[in-house]
Design a protein around this ligand. Sequence first.
Ligand code: BEZ
Length: 215
Amino acid sequence: MMMLRLGDMAPDFEAETTDGRIRFHQWMGESWCVLFSHPKDFTPVCTTELGMLAKLKPEFDRRDVKIIGLSVDRVEDHRLWAKDIEETQGVALNYPLIGDGNHLVADLYGMIHPNALDTMTVRSLFVIAPNKTIKLMITYPASTGRNFDEILRVIDSVQLTQDFKVATPANWHHGEDVIIAPSVTDEEARQRYPEGWLAQKPYLRYVHEPSAHRH
Ligand code: BEZ
């Protein structure tokens, strides 16, 4: 199995989901995607994670990001468990879950880390751009629920920095100043940012977030 890296093409696959059978790339269409794995149905941390993602779905929709989850459980179990998620988290599942009993997708994406968690998927997450390249990969242990606000924050940064020649500083959030990309000369920056910028160092130049960003 080849290890996936940032910039690689996200592998395509066919799978059963709670919304029927899908071919992944076709299902994504022209949207962005968060593909994530969780270890097991009917477990506590996973229940909170899937509920949190359902609550945050409008935020993903606003960024044109489709969500799809996965574990090695059966689709029928996902459907049964969905009732518990709704009951305990106060929100119904509103995105599909893949039943990956044969580990096809988990193996393609390297989601099983046997030295950490025998045969279950760990908490892997991939952000995939409309051109199907991988923009973010994170892996959390089974005992730690993910921070999905951080995923939205990274998506904001990735979508902004692909549209403009900027980068975002540590802990940046949408609306805060950004950094002019090192590849942009001062001459080019003068044309792009006629109102000027704050240079703390020649290589550390802050400007307001470009306003054409979609949020
Ligand atoms: C959980 O979701 O709580 C969990 C799942 C598998 C192993 C450990 C914790």
